[in-house]
Ligand binder design. Structure first.
Ligand code: G4P
Length: 286
């Protein structure tokens, strides 16, 4: 589901998160490991108001592992702990409660020093739509709790989900908006599937994808679609369209007269890219 964000929605989303912040000890910020910058809310530092934070690079299964490590180092440099995870299979997800406890150890130690039995630490997952918040909540809970495709303003009664004995998670995530006033961000999110095609033209998104892939991942593109020659000039739009046509021909996307059905070819390019069929791809480096 694609959320149409208007200023009113953003204000409401922000207010909802700030209400939830009062209840929690730590915010868990979910990013897409393929596009850690574009999947980041532009105002997240301001919104989270200095709450302890753990950054999760989700969908790491689809991202370039070496670049993901660079991103982790980048966030360490900014003073944030991070983990690279795959919420859909649960890879590294069990490290989350451990990391959370580590980040809150001073608070826990203070409670113990006062003779209190430390209560479970409470967390909130935040992130833009489609980054994997519901998948992660369900994975941590070990059962289906969060409905995917949620949106701000549609909250049910809030409940705490127990994650082991020492952590609890709010069952509804905090939904943030991307920096969509930046067109490049929009294209990257569309390319990775965070923004559905209905909003943007499929051929334009596929063209953008080809442009990125020719420069960053020509070998993967060539191998997947059986292409032989890279375009001589990756900034020449005609040559890039020719790459799309080549792919279309290889996949039998032809219309009468032997012309390539670019819309159909575009659909194939995007579907296979998003499914990880071209290999692990990251579009942003720190
Ligand atoms: P949201 O709550 O933040 O909006 O995101 P949601 O959990 O609905 O996840 C959005 C899509 O991303 C889902 O796919 C989900 O399966 C996929 N996803 C989440 N985490 C990961 C991950 O770590 N790796 C991979 N490869 N995919 C992940 P979908 O196409 O919308 O649905 P479906 O095809 O899974 O049914």
């Amino acid at each position: 589901m694609t959320i149409q964000w208007f200023p009113g929605h953003m204000t409401r989303a922000r207010r909802e998160i700030q209400e939830k912040l009062k209840l929690i000890d730590i915010a868990i910020e979910l990013l897409d490991a393929r596009v850690p910058l574009s999947s980041r809310n532009p105002m997240v530092d301001e919104i989270l108001q200095g709450k302890p934070r753990l950054i999760l690079l989700n969908k790491a299964d689809l991202a370039d592992a070496r670049t993901t490590e660079k991103w982790r180092a980048y966030f360490t440099g900014l003073g944030y702990a991070s983990l690279a995870i795959d919420a859909s299979t649960g890879s590294h997800v069990n490290e989350i409660p451990v990391k959370v406890k580590e980040l809150l150890h001073e608070k826990i130690a203070r409670q113990i020093a006062k003779g209190m039995t430390p209560r479970p630490v409470r967390g909130l997952i935040v992130g833009i739509p489609n980054v994997g918040k519901s998948t992660l909540i369900n994975r941590l809970a070990g059962r289906n709790i969060a409905a995917t495709g949620d949106r701000p303003g549609v909250t049910k009664g809030q409940q705490w989900i127990k994650i082991g004995t020492e952590m609890e998670l709010l069952d509804t995530p905090g939904i943030l908006w991307p920096k969509f006033e930046d067109q490049l961000v929009g294209f990257k999110l569309a390319m990775t599937g965070a923004i559905r095609e209905q909003v943007l033209n499929v051929e334009e998104v596929a063209f953008f994808a080809i442009k990125e892939l020719v420069v960053r991942y020509w070998d993967a593109l060539a191998e997947r679609f059986g292409l032989t020659e890279p375009p001589r000039d990756a900034t020449d739009n005609d040559e890039l369209v020719r790459v799309m046509e080549d792919i279309g021909r290889k996949r039998g996307c032809l219309v009468s007269g032997g012309r390539v059905d670019l819309e159909k070819a575009s659909g194939i390019i995007l579907r296979e890219l998003r499914a990880g069929n071209l290999g692990r791809i990251t579009l942003e480096t720190p």
